[in-house]
Write a protein of this length. Structure first.
Length: 175
C-alpha cells in the first residue's frame, strides 16, 4: 500500500515531532517477525512510554533532519522500525533488548543518544542506564553519605567518653 503525498507529509511531521522531544532512538531490523509478535512489541513499547513506528527509510531520513537523530541518516537501510524514548533515555533500548532476547528475528542496528550514533551491539550499555528514579536515589545516597559519616564521628566522641567512664567504674568496683 503506497501513501499519497499528504499522508507522507503527515508521517514525516509526526515522526519529526516525536524525534524533537525524544531522549534516544533505536533502529532495529524486524524482518521475519509475525504480526502477532509485532503487536506484542507495540504493546510493550506503549506500556514503557516508547514511540514505535515502522517508517520508510526515505521518510525517516526527512523526519530526522534537524534533530539530534540526524546522525542515524546513513544507517537507515533495509526494513527498520524506529523506537523513540519519551520518558527516560534507556526505555527504548530496554524494550528492544528485552524483546530481542525472546525473539531472535528482531536485530538492533543502531542506537542514537545525545547526537551520537552507536552500533547495535551497544544496546545493552544504553539499556543498563538507570531510570530517572534510580538516578535520583543514587544521587541522594551519594549526597547523604558524608552527612551520615559526620554524624557518626561526632556521636563517637561522647560514646567513647561514656565507655571510658564505665571502664573506670568497673575497675574501681573490682578493686
Amino acid at each position: 500500500m503506497s501513501l499519497n503525498l499528504e499522508q507522507k507529509k503527515a508521517v514525516v511531521a509526526e515522526v519529526a515531532q516525536v524525534a524533537a522531544s525524544a531522549h534516544s532512538a533505536v533502529a532495529a531490523e524486524y524482518r521475519g517477525l509475525t504480526v502477532a509478535q509485532m503487536t506484542e512489541l507495540r504493546r510493550k513499547a506503549r506500556e514503557a512510554g516508547v514511540y514505535l513506528r515502522v517508517v520508510k527509510n526515505t521518510l525517516a531520513r526527512r523526519a530526522l533532519e534537524g534533530t539530534d537523530f540526524a546522525c542515524m541518516r546513513d544507517g537507515l537501510t533495509g526494513p527498520l522500525l524506529l523506537a523513540f524514548s519519551q520518558n527516560d533515555p534507556a526505555s527504548a533500548a530496554r524494550v528492544v533488548r528485552d524483546f530481542a532476547k525472546a525473539h531472535d528475528r528482531l536485530v538492533p542496528r543502531m542506537v542514537a543518544l545525545g547526537g551520537q550514533v552507536y552500533d547495535g551491539s551497544e544496546l545493552d550499555r544504553v539499556a543498563s542506564l538507570p531510570t530517572y528514579d534510580e538516578a535520583i536515589s543514587m544521587l541522594m545516597a551519594v549526597m547523604k553519605a558524608p552527612v551520615e559519616k559526620l554524624a557518626r564521628t561526632l556521636n563517637e566522641v561522647p560514646g567513647k567518653l561514656v565507655r571510658t567512664v564505665a571502664a573506670i567504674r568497673d575497675q574501681k568496683q573490682a578493686a
